[in-house]
Design a protein around this ligand. Structure first.
Ligand SMILES: [Zn+2]
Length: 339
């Protein structure tokens, strides 16, 4: 670990904490939209852990997790390695309470992140990559589902043999339901933040809390415990790993099965809870029209679980109204493979 760490406008020596910004973009009215960042440099060597929240502008729980970890709990004197905290990964989305950048409806995590001459959101992605992601050894990318009854989970890709062990260590330390993908990222896949990290052998966990629009429990406690557990697992702070509690956890290896979609439009009601085991063919939800007649019984396609109901999806935004149109995303289905 270098004596000094530079991220954006922040430069911190050993045992120091600093805050500042990663330069972002400039609007037509000459107002700069930068990315606030905090950096804590420990007194001893260790990995650099990046905590980023709010890649999607309406998923704010991670902001509080990062604040607790970096402003209340961890101090430079007790830290081995460094922490980089980015409370809002996409300020163009967050500033207008939008899921995506308001300027171009793009996702800073889904566009290419390697092009400083790209479009507006691509430039934000490049700023994140060049200043923070590429300087990190471990990354926790904190998202949230919108409904408070969703299942807290994490998504990992263990397709890269160079990062597989570290990714699993992070996931086990975080200790929530884990969706595992083993598919290597193909060469043709765009150089997004996640794919660049994968190709540069930087382990990433996508940590999905719940109730994204409101700072609330259990997301704060589970998020903070998960981050601290990763820091303990990698020797960044002292202490024993604390198991997660107070939430539903489907242990072991789980696989994403697919998205359940509406075939009719209307109001939707849900008959099963996220995290509840559902047999193939059971009715998950009912769609009824504005006259009150049921127009579709939505069936579970496989024995498994649903982690969230992102109903009302429009403009790429999950979690609007409790209504659906034909083709709307009703639920994320996953199956349990082994304990
Ligand atoms: Zn998200």
């Amino acid at each position: 670990m270098p004596e000094k760490i530079r991220v954006g406008t922040v430069e911190v020596g050993r045992g120091e904490f600093g805050k500042g910004v990663i330069r972002g973009i400039e609007l037509a009215n000459c107002v700069s939209i930068d990315i606030p960042v905090m950096v804590m440099n420990g007194v001893e060597d260790g990995p650099t852990l990046l905590l980023m929240s709010t890649q999607h502008g309406i998923e704010i729980q991670g902001i509080e997790v990062i604040r607790r970890v970096m402003r209340e709990i961890v101090k430079p004197e007790m830290l081995r390695g460094a922490l980089i905290g980015i409370p809002v990964g996409n300020p163009l989305a967050f500033m207008h309470h939008k899921y995506l950048s308001w300027i171009d409806d793009l996702d800073v995590g889904a566009v290419r992140a390697d092009n400083p001459m790209g479009n507006t959101t691509e430039r934000l992605a490049y700023a994140l990559w060049s200043e923070a992601w590429s300087k990190s050894n471990l990354i926790i990318n904190i998202h949230c589902n919108t409904r408070p009854d969703s299942l807290i989970y994490q998504w990992i890709n263990v397709g890269n043999p160079n990062t597989r062990d570290a990714v699993w260590r992070m996931a086990k330390a975080i200790g929530v339901t884990t969706i595992v993908s083993e598919e290597p990222v193909p060469e043709w896949a765009p150089p997004t933040l996640g794919n660049l990290a994968y190709r540069n052998n930087i382990p990433v966990v996508l940590f999905e809390l719940i109730d994204g629009r409101w700072i609330s429990e259990p997301s704060t406690s589970v998020g903070v415990r998960g981050v601290l557990n990763v820091m303990k697992e990698f020797g960044m702070i002292d202490g024993a790993i604390e198991p997660q509690e107070g939430i539903t956890i489907i242990p072991g290896v789980n696989r994403f099965y697919g998205i359940l979609r509406a075939n009719r439009g209307g109001i939707i009601r849900f008959l099963k809870k996220p995290g509840e085991f559902i047999r193939k063919g059971e009715t998950v939800s009912q769609i009824y029209d504005l006259y009150g007649d049921i127009v579709e019984e939505v069936k579970m396609p496989v024995d498994g679980y649903i982690w969230a109901y992102p109903c009302g999806q429009s403009l790429g935004t999950s979690g609007g109204l409790q209504v659906v149109q034909t083709g709307a995303n009703i639920g994320y289905v996953f199956t349990h493979e082994k304990d």
